[in-house]
Design a protein around this ligand. Sequence first.
Ligand SMILES: Nc1ncnc2c1ncn2[C@@H]1O[C@H](COP(=O)(O)OP(=O)(O)OP(=O)(O)O)[C@@H](O)[C@H]1O
Ligand SMILES: [Mg+2]
Length: 279
Amino acid sequence: MGRERELGAVEQAVQSLREGRSGVLLLAGEPGIGKTRLLRELVVRARAADVLTLYGRATEYERDRTFGLFVDALDDHVAAVGTSGLPLPREADRELTRILPSWGSGEETHPSRLREERHRGHWALRALLRALSEARPVLLALDDMHWADPASAEMLSYLLRHPVREQLLLAMAFRQEEVPPPLATELATAVRDGSARRLDIAPLSEQEADGLFRPGLHPGARRRIYQDSGGNPFYLLELARASSESSGAAAVLAHRPEVEAAAHADPVPRRYARPSPAN
Ligand SMILES: Nc1ncnc2c1ncn2[C@@H]1O[C@H](COP(=O)(O)OP(=O)(O)OP(=O)(O)O)[C@@H](O)[C@H]1O
Ligand SMILES: [Mg+2]
């Protein structure tokens, strides 16, 4: 997989969280460069370190789900462990009933109402994150953050301006060019003032890419695929597959089941798995 610098930063972030420090880690880069992959590595390491790991992913088609990204990250956890015993102000408790389907009442709040009152939602969600991270270190890992619905994007700005001081690591992966402007500005400020660390995921080096090819593959073929891909792992894998299909020759890529397994690992712990709302 390569990526020593990035994995080093990921390990450092987990270590710092285990020592009780909060932080913000930004994984930025072009499509296919390996952001999700790295975020998963972070999730795996955090889980191994006994960190409570909350994983959410925004999607292009769900931007009208108010607080959708946060619901995705938090609702399964709430459903699994319940809410009793969390030290929360009564007002926060009431707000969360409107935001998280598993919080209690089961009543749906009309989205337009939720939109109008979302600043109260920001406060309540922050209170929940605080309460969770008072008890144990928490990783909130958010993928494809550039597609966050407006309420979640505002929530992220709010969290950057009012960081949770307890042991919370907020990690976000995103395509820089697609982050909505107000949040992009907030992220840039956080990086400038040192409250967030930003990793710009670079193309794989030729040496890193070499590890992905089948040993014995002709150096000329490796070089051509690497150069055509520009070191972008997504393109590299696609080009390599296309090349073995078109030549009918033996596979171009190394067969490494453990690498494949890591790439497709479900970042949501099994015990939280539940049918999707569409079912
Ligand atoms: N360092 C790596 N070594 C091997 N394979 C990798 C590496 N990084 C990424 N990949 C693979 O490349 C493909 C694209 O990676 P990934 O999905 O992480 O990109 P991304 O930056 O999240 O893209 P997008 O912006 O579309 O979400 C995946 O199949 C992933 O498993
Ligand atoms: Mg991705």
